[in-house]
Design a protein around this ligand. Structure first.
Ligand code: ATP
Ligand code: ATP
Ligand code: MG
Ligand code: MG
Ligand code: MG
Ligand code: MG
Ligand code: MG
Length: 283
């Protein structure tokens, strides 16, 4: 749809869950004692529960790589095995065709994920079946709708992480089995989980790593990389009187922004602060 913000979200395929075909394989395994079930990625490479830092770093570096390659991506947000990539509402890449955008993002992300694997898991080389990702595109008509979407993903990150952190504390530190832990958490609110973590395990949830609590936001840090050594604030100070930006100047600025370095940080993207301090991201 023209003039809308496009979000392409990719998600790791079968990182933990078994699909119908896998269940069939498990059944055959029981009958014929021949194991045909591909192990899940998280199990096969022994991801730490509930958060494997190396795996998250790998997701972030794959996202950084494709955002560096595709300046049309304005901002990215990642949590768990998913990443959302936002295209500006004026983006014209591939004539905005959904199948082109999604397939390019999915294949480039997968390629980088596989390429960068060895630097994050040097002791554990990848073997088939190899990791893969699915993807979809959704259009959001306004900046507010887009921000609501981003907030939704970050809220999801927070809710899941608080649950998972408490769940695995009960299992790993409290010696409960997974059924007991699930039961202990049924119907609990955030404050109850915080209380369980603190009173039973001395864990202050606030002190958990920011990447686990907030997920990761990837964007071009405009002020950090100014090839001429000037930053944006300085340039603004130097302008004596207000100037109406010409079209070519706007185009130049856009190109300059496209060249800025992509950084990954773990910040609150729900509040206005993040966006207000980086007006170039959604302008
Ligand atoms: P699907 O193919 O439907 O996406 P899936 O098994 O990938 O199936 P998701 O809902 O995407 O299911 O969930 C991914 C799961 O992978 C998370 O719930 C989490 O358990 C695990 N996971 C992903 N990234 C990490 C990580 N960095 N550390 C530990 N576990 C992770
Ligand atoms: P686009 O991104 O639009 O697909 P492209 O450069 O990949 O751009 P295609 O129309 O897909 O354009 O054409 C691919 C070209 O790559 C072929 O025309 C051919 O010249 C070259 N090519 C692809 N595979 C081979 C190969 N195995 N050996 C030699 N040349 C190849
Ligand atoms: Mg999925
Ligand atoms: Mg998944
Ligand atoms: Mg997922
Ligand atoms: Mg082509
Ligand atoms: Mg081609």
């Amino acid at each position: 749809m023209p003039n809308t913000w496009i979000v392409v979200r990719i998600d790791g395929r079968g990182f933990t869950k078994y699909d119908f075909l896998d269940l069939l394989c498990i059944l055959l395994h029981i009958i014929f004692c021949e194991d045909l079930t591909p192990p899940r990625l998280c199990t096969k490479y022994d991801f730490a529960k509930p958060n494997d830092k190396k795996a998250l770093d790998l997701m972030n570096n794959a996202a950084k790589a494709i955002m560096t390659e595709l300046p049309d991506i304005a901002v990215g947000y990642g949590v768990s095995d998913e990443y959302s990539f936002v295209f500006h509402k004026t983006c014209t890449l591939f004539d905005r065709r959904a199948s082109k955008l999604v397939s390019t993002i999915v294949s480039s992300f997968t390629a980088y994920y596989v390429h960068l694997w060895t630097s994050h898991f040097p002791e554990d080389p990848l073997t088939p079946p190899l990791p893969s990702f699915d993807g979809r595109a959704v259009c959001y008509p306004s900046v507010q709708n887009l921000r609501d979407y981003m907030s939704w993903r970050q809220v999801d990150c927070h809710i899941n992480n608080l649950f998972n952190t408490t769940f695995w504390a009960l299992v790993q530190l409290g010696g409960q089995d997974t059924k007991e832990a699930e039961k202990a958490l049924a119907g609990t609110f955030a404050k109850d989980k915080n209380e369980i973590l603190f009173s039973q395990f001395g864990i202050n949830y606030n002190n958990e790593p920011e990447m686990f609590k907030k997920g990761s936001v990837a964007y071009r840090d405009y002020e950090l990389v100014e090839p001429g050594g000037q930053n944006l604030e300085k340039e603004v100070d130097d302008i004596a009187e207000p100037v109406v930006q010409s079209k070519t100047q706007a185009e130049k600025d856009r190109k300059k922004r496209g060249k800025a370095m992509v950084v990954v940080e773990h910040l609150d993207i729900i509040k206005d602060d993040f966006w207000e301090r980086r007006p170039w991201l959604l302008s």
